[in-house]
Design a protein around this ligand. Structure first.
Ligand SMILES: Cc1ncc(COP(=O)(O)O)c(C=O)c1O
Length: 404
């Protein structure tokens, strides 16, 4: 059988490959692997959410729905996300629900906006799903820098330089970030909003971790003047409501964008999002107990973040910037003498701990200053594991480095 051309260019996500390595290592060593490579909350969905989804199934509500999602569900999602914005107004007309999680939202958005060979600016450490979506649409990604010393805030002067250099039309924004845990500062967002208005940019902003911002309140670029007509948001219940496996996502954008290209592409790709999951979500995402649960989970992640960042910074050769949100830390390990790739492999083989090499988030882009691929000397650690697991994993990381 001959396969279609262009598949080599499709960019796939590494976290799942390392998940397979972890399974093999468990088989070979006969010992469990501490899995700090995957980005899913280690909390179950709230009981009310589970019950509501199960009820929808038991009541046999398993028929087709509408392409953009059922109207009452879109209304509830609009109400839920509205809580996170200071100024922007979100109604059901700004919401599309996808089948296939936030990842499907990314692919639909990219297909709707990006033409073949369009150049798209992305953060130099980016969630690979964005690159998957850009490659699926035939676009080309180019990096703008994040500042390790400023907890991975955007390097706005580099971003401005890149916007001018490539005459950019699109900028991806990711805050809080996977892999870095970085949260874009008010000043960075304000400046990017100014640039977007000046250069007529479309901003594709991934806010899937907006429920997990530790220090301040979540801030979206959508809240800045002039941004409503040029901002499209990737979102979904997977991280906030601990439901990554139901594969539902949200797209938030201008009503004409949602009812136009998003509707058409969604129709072609998946007809409509899953009905029982939508009904379960609609019943519960605005329930006070569910909202409180998300907050409690965030506080637990903050405690782990405090512990992990502090401990990593006591290990010789490691520098770990603070992580302001999501559930990741992205330490620099240059001074240990390892690359992220070598370190992750050795850690898995010798200590049964699975983390991801930073390069998995660099999309093959190179830092012009060092000539090396972005992320060469970093690793991503997910803190979505109990504090006991994290303690044990950090002990093994220390052992590996100290006994080198
Ligand atoms: C930044 C970011 N966006 C989107 C997604 C995709 O989410 P989903 O599992 O809902 O497809 C992820 C998943 O890890 C992510 O980290």
């Amino acid at each position: 059988m001959k396969y279609a051309c262009g598949l080599d260019y499709l960019y796939a996500e590494g976290a799942f490959v390392w998940g397979d390595y972890a399974i093999n290592q468990e088989k070979e060593s006969g010992q469990p692997v501490l899995r700090l490579q995957i980005g899913q909350p280690d909390f179950p969905p709230h009981r009310l959410v589970r019950q509501a989804i199960a009820e929808a199934y038991l009541e046999g509500k398993t028929g087709y729905g509408s392409t953009l999602g059922l109207e009452p569900v879109r209304k509830e999602v609009a109400k839920e996300v509205q809580r996170y914005y200071k100024k922007a107004k979100i109604s059901k007309d700004n919401i599309a629900i996808t089948s296939g999680g936030g990842k499907a939202a990314i692919c639909v958005i990219c297909r709707a906006l990006i033409n073949k060979k369009d150049r798209v600016l992305v953060p130099c450490y980016d969630y690979p799903g964005h690159l998957g979506g850009i490659s699926d649409a035939g676009g080309i990604w180019l990096p703008y820098k994040l500042l390790e010393k400023k907890n991975y805030d955007i390097d706005v002067s580099d971003l401005e330089k890149q916007i001018k250099k490539i005459k950019a039309k699109f900028v991806f924004l990711l805050s809080p970030s996977n892999p870095t845990g970085g949260v874009a500062s008010y000043q960075s967002l304000e400046r990017l909003a100014f640039l977007a208005n000046k250069f007529d940019l479309t901003i594709i902003t991934d806010e899937i971790y907006r429920g997990h911002v530790f220090e301040e309140k979540f801030l979206s670029i959508l809240d800045f003047p002039g941004m409503a007509k040029r901002t499209v948001i990737i979102d979904g219940p997977g991280k906030r409501n601990c439901l990554p496996g139901i594969r539902v996502g949200y797209i938030i954008g201008p009503a004409s964008f949602i009812d136009g290209p998003v509707k058409k592409i969604s129709n072609v790709r998946f007809s409509c999002p899953p009905t029982p999951e939508q009904l379960g979500l609609a019943k519960t995402i605005n329930h006070p107990q569910v909202i409180k649960y998300i907050d409690e989970m965030k506080n637990e992640f903050k405690k782990r973040r405090d512990y992990v960042v502090k401990t990593l910074n006591t290990i010789p050769g490691i520098f770990c910037p603070n992580s302001g949100g999501a559930f990741y830390v992205f330490p620099n390990i240059l001074k240990t003498g390892y690359t992220g790739e070598k370190f992750a492999k050795k850690l898995l083989k010798e200590k049964n701990v699975c983390v991801l090499p930073g390069e998995s988030f660099g999309g093959g882009m190179r830092d012009p200053e060092t000539g090396k691929p972005y992320g060469t000397y970093s690793i991503r650690i997910s803190i979505a594991s109990s504090i006991e697991t994290l303690k044990e994993a950090l002990k093994r990381i220390r052992d590996l480095i100290v006994k080198k």
